[in-house]
Design a protein around this ligand. Structure first.
Ligand code: NAD
Ligand code: UDX
Length: 480
């Protein structure tokens, strides 16, 4: 029986390995992590991450050919293939701080693999890493190898949160990069055989190591660039009376452009886009390509602009001050169908409103109060460095309440900000919401999910990203 071990039981390691176990009953899969609480949760009925369809997959395999454990060394020792899916956050200190990837977790995993291995192994980069990381990992492994042979493969993951199981069952492609030597090609074939249990052969792409590593950063940069492009257009739509939804549709029907990923929003979030673009920018700078670095930096600048533009719109519409006003925040996760708040635009929007002394009442169906309070107090980039976690700020706590119902959040509020596109926000009884709010009552839709006309008929003053402005808002211009 082939044995797989995956180091890192997070958003990628957990679902990816659960699907491999489901699709390959002849393979034994162990997912290991240094976090005891995370592993305990994977072994319980309350999985550590919310992902539609994940519970069912885990229940079918757990205890049969899928195991979650903190005994990292034992499972690495026994494995034929070791996936490394640990976090690769943005560095917060030292050389490249604020841009470069922090490979501390990756390096410590590689050193541990070298220490405990007594047989040849294939080591697979599942984490998103800078180009040429495989070379560094190879050096760590071979210098400590004691005669054992390691083959390094790059197998970046393209799943998106909220649709992870669907994406893993039916991927657009699986990418495997390896050395162009006979041993490298053999290792590629071994990993290909795993995916071939359910992925059609023509969708399994093989490349050299550096192309695979770079393709992952490039794919995320291209995706984020589309969002920044449409968000830039949304600002121009508001200034000219065009409607961004109509513009996106018209643009996206060109088959060369395509309709996906053209939804204007309050800004993109999530653990990947910003981190991976910053990483790309840093690599370009290190390779003497400042113009290329500058080009990609602009994608992040527009994203930051979009978030601050939204805050300014809220404040300027409400007579240029939100001090002591109650603002309901509907949605805190970075997108629907996940409880993940990493780099969610809600953090910057809430901090912006708190900076103007607003009182916030926040509701998200999947995010806990603890998480929200921590996010609003944490320094930028600290979220992915568990050792830096700090206690909750008492000053934030007073101005922020977290509730478990949208009607409760909006009661007696002056304004409502929709920051995540949860389906339940589309079908709220907005008449009831309106009746219970202070007047004039404002809705700021950062996800373009409400029926603007209907809400205006009820009596709301409505701002919806990139849509023609309410006459009220035209009189109160927001300068970002
Ligand atoms: P995560 O933080 O959810 O999980 C990483 C896990 O690794 C944590 O549980 C941590 O405790 C564990 N870990 C760290 N060092 C360890 C060590 N030395 N030994 C054992 N366990 C260790 O992160 P994630 O979202 O799963 O992302 C993992 C990687 O995959 C990152 O490089 C990320 O960029 C990439 N990625 C993420 C996504 C996504 O949607 N989240 C998608 C594609 C790629
Ligand atoms: C992304 C990539 O899609 C995935 O391939 C990669 O493996 C990890 O990073 P993820 O961050 O989980 O996945 O979600 P994604 O669906 O890409 O959304 C990212 C952010 O962009 C979210 O905040 C989302 O709301 C926003 N978004 C997405 C838009 O604002 N408009 C869109 O049209 C699409």
């Amino acid at each position: 029986m082939v044995k797989i071990c995956c180091i890192g039981a997070g958003y990628v390691g957990g679902p990816t390995m659960a699907v491999i176990a489901l699709k390959c009953p002849s393979i034994e899969v162990a997912v290991v992590d240094i976090s005891k609480s995370r592993i305990a949760a994977w072994n319980s009925d309350q999985l550590p991450i919310y992902e539609p369809g994940l519970d069912g997959v885990v229940k079918q395999c757990r205890g049969k050919n899928l195991f979650f454990s903190t005994d990292v060394e034992k499972h690495v020792y026994e494995a034929d293939i070791v996936f490394v899916s640990v976090n690769t956050p943005t560095k917060t200190r030292g050389l490249g701080a604020g841009k470069a990837a922090d490979l501390t977790y990756w390096e410590s995993a590689a050193r541990m693999i070298a220490d405990v291995s007594k047989s040849d192994k294939i080591v697979v980069e599942k984490s998103t890493v800078p180009v040429k990381t495989a070379e560094a990992i190879e050096k760590i492994l071979t210098h400590n190898a004691k005669g054992i042979k390691f083959q390094i493969l790059s197998n970046p993951e393209f799943l998106a949160e909220g649709t992870a199981i669907q994406d893993l069952f039916n991927p657009d492609r699986v990418l495997i990069g390896g050395r162009e030597t006979p041993e490298g090609q053999k290792a590629i074939q071994t990993l290909k055989n795993v995916y071939a249990h359910w992925v059609p052969e023509e969708r399994i792409l093989t490349t050299n190591l550096w192309s695979a590593e770079l393709s992952k950063l490039a794919a995320n940069a291209f995706l984020a660039q589309r969002i920044s492009s449409v968000n830039a257009m949304s600002a121009l739509c508001e200034a000219t009376g065009a409607n961004v939804t109509q513009v996106s549709y018209a643009v996206g029907t060109d088959t060369r452009i395509g309709p996906k990923f053209l939804n204007a929003s309050v800004g993109f979030g999530g653990s990947c886009f910003q981190k991976d673009i910053l990483n790309l920018v840093y690599i370009c700078e290190c390779n003497g390509l400042p113009e290329v670095a500058e080009y990609w930096k602009q994608v992040i600048k527009i994203n930051d602009y979009q978030k601050s533009r939204f805050v300014n719109r809220v404040v300027s519409s409400m007579f240029n001050t939100v001090a002591t006003k109650k603002i309901a925040i509907l949605g805190f996760a970075f997108k629907k169908d996940t409880g993940d708040t990493r780099e969610t635009p809600a953090i910057d929007v809430c901090k912006g409103l708190l900076g103007d002394k607003a009182r916030l009442s926040i509701y998200d169906p999947q995010v806990t109060e603890d998480q929200i309070q921590r996010d609003l107090w944490m320094n930028k980039f600290d979220w992915d460095h568990p050792i830096h976690l700090q206690p909750t700020s008492p000053t934030t706590e007073k101005k922020v309440s977290v509730v478990w119902d949208a009607y409760e959040a909006t009661k007696d509020a002056d304004g409502v900000c929709i920051l995540t596109e949860w389906d339940e926000f589309k079908t709220l009884d907005y008449q009831k919401v309106y009746d219970n709010m202070r007047k004039p009552a404002f809705v700021f839709d950062g996800r373009n999910i409400v029926n603007v006309e209907k809400l205006r008929e009820i009596g709301f003053i409505v701002y919806s990203i990139g849509k023609p402005l309410d006459p009220w808002l035209k009189d109160m211009p927001a300068v970002a």
